[in-house]
Ligand binder design. Structure first.
Ligand code: NAP
Length: 296
C-alpha cells in the first residue's frame, strides 16, 4: 500500500497530537501553523513544514484542518496563501475545527471544484487525540466518507451523521449538552453549599442523580483548585456563541442554553480565558454566593 500524504493545518492542543499520531502511523505528513514555533517539535519528529497553508497542502491527498474558530478557518483557507490556492485536484479537505455549519458552506464555496470536503469535528480532548480515541462526527457524501474512513479511524471512531454540515451541527449539539450539564452541576454545588450540606453529603446526593458521572469526574480538580488547560475556556465560550447563533438562526428560544453560555462568558471575563473550560465550576461556586445580580 502506498504511503498516505497528509497535510495538517493548525498545530494547537488538538492539531499537534493528530499530526504526531499520523506520523507515527507511517503517513507522510506536512504541517503548517500560524506561529512557526509550534511546528518545531513535529519537524524534529519527521514532518515536513510548509511555508504557508497553500504550500503545505500542495502534495497532500488529504488535508486536515484544526484551527480555533470560523475566522481562523477563513484565514487558513482563503486568499493567495490559503489552502484553496494550493490543494491538489481530487484531494479531500477534512475540516475538524469546531465551527458553524455555515462556515462549512463557506469553505465548500472557497475550495476549487473537484476538491472533496468533509466536516469532521471531534468529541474528546488532547489525551484522546494523542491515543486515537476521538469520536469523529462526520458530515459529507457517503462515498467520500467511506473513502476517508481508514484515515479517520487512525484518530478514533468516525461515524457519519449526515450530509456536509451535519458534523458541525452534531458537535454544537454535543457541546450544548456538555455546557448545560456543567452549568447545572455548578449551580447544584452552589445550592447545596448554601443550604449547609457538607461537600461529602453533596457528592453523595449528586452521585444518585443524572449528574453523577460529571460530579465524580470534576471533583478532584475542584478539590485541588487546579484546572490545567486542555480545552481553553475561551474556545468553549466561542462554541457557546456558535450555539447561540444557531439557536437564533433556527428561530428557537432556549433559556438553559443561554444561561450556560452566560456562565462561560462570565468566567472568561473574570480572567479565565486560558484556563480549562471546567474552571467555570469554581467560578459559579464563587459568583453564585454573591446573589442573583451576576452580570451577563
Ligand atoms: N482542546 C480540546 O479539547 C478540543 C476538543 C474538541 C474540539 N476542539 C476544537 O478544535 C479546534 C482546535 O482546538 P485547540 O484546542 O487545538 O485550540 P488551540 O490550542 O487554541 O489552537 C488553535 C489553533 O488555531 C490557530 N489559529 C487561531 N487563529 C488563527 C488565525 N487567525 N489564523 C491561523 N491560525 C489560527 C492557532 O495558531 P497559533 O498557534 O498561531 O495561535 C492554533 O494552531 C477548535 O475549534 C476547538 O474548539 C478542541
Amino acid at each position: 500500500m502506498s504511503v498516505q500524504r497528509v497535510a495538517v493545518i493548525g498545530l494547537g492542543a488538538m492539531g499537534a497530537p493528530i499530526a504526531r499520531r499520523l506520523l507515527g502511523n507511517g503517513c507522510q505528513v506536512t504541517v503548517w501553523n500560524r506561529s512557526p514555533q509550534r511546528a518545531v517539535a513535529l519537524r524534529e519528529a519527521g514532518a515536513a513544514v510548509g511555508t504557508s497553508p497553500a504550500d503545505a497542502v500542495r502534495g497532500a491527498e488529504t488535508v486536515i484542518v484544526t484551527v480555533a474558530d470560523p475566522q481562523a478557518l477563513v484565514a487558513v483557507t482563503e486568499g493567495e496563501h490559503g489552502i484553496a490556492a494550493g490543494v491538489l485536484p481530487g484531494a479531500v479537505v477534512v475540516q475538524m475545527s469546531t465551527v458553524s455549519p455555515s462556515s462549512v458552506t463557506r469553505l465548500a464555496h472557497a475550495l476549487p471544484p473537484g476538491t472533496g470536503l468533509l466536516d469532521a469535528p471531534v468529541l474528546g480532548s488532547v489525551a484522546e487525540a494523542a491515543s486515537g480515541a476521538l469520536r469523529v462526527l462526520v458530515g459529507g457524501p457517503p462515498e467520500l466518507v467511506e473513502r476517508c474512513l481508514p484515515l479517520l479511524a487512525q484518530l478514533g471512531a468516525p461515524s457519519r451523521v449526515g450530509a456536509l454540515g451535519a458534523g458541525s451541527a452534531a458537535k454544537l449539539v454535543a457541546n450544548n449538552a456538555l455546557f448545560g450539564v456543567l452549568g447545572v452541576l455548578g449551580e447544584s454545588l452552589a445550592l447545596g453549599g448554601a443550604l449547609g450540606l457538607s461537600w461529602e453529603a453533596l457528592h453523595e446526593v449528586l452521585g444518585a442523580t443524572p449528574l453523577a458521572e460529571q460530579a465524580a469526574r470534576r471533583r478532584p480538580a475542584l478539590e485541588a483548585g487546579d484546572h490545567p488547560a486542555r480545552f481553553a475556556l475561551a474556545l468553549a465560550r466561542k462554541d457557546a456563541d456558535l450555539v447561540a447563533d444557531a439557536v437564533t438562526d433556527a428561530g428557537l428560544g432556549l433559556g438553559l442554553t443561554a444561561a450556560a453560555r452566560d456562565w462561560l462568558a462570565d468566567a472568561e471575563r473574570a480572567g479565565g480565558a486560558d484556563q480549562d473550560y471546567s474552571a467555570v465550576l469554581p467560578h459559579i461556586l464563587h459568583t453564585a454566593t454573591k446573589g442573583p445580580q451576576r452580570c451577563t
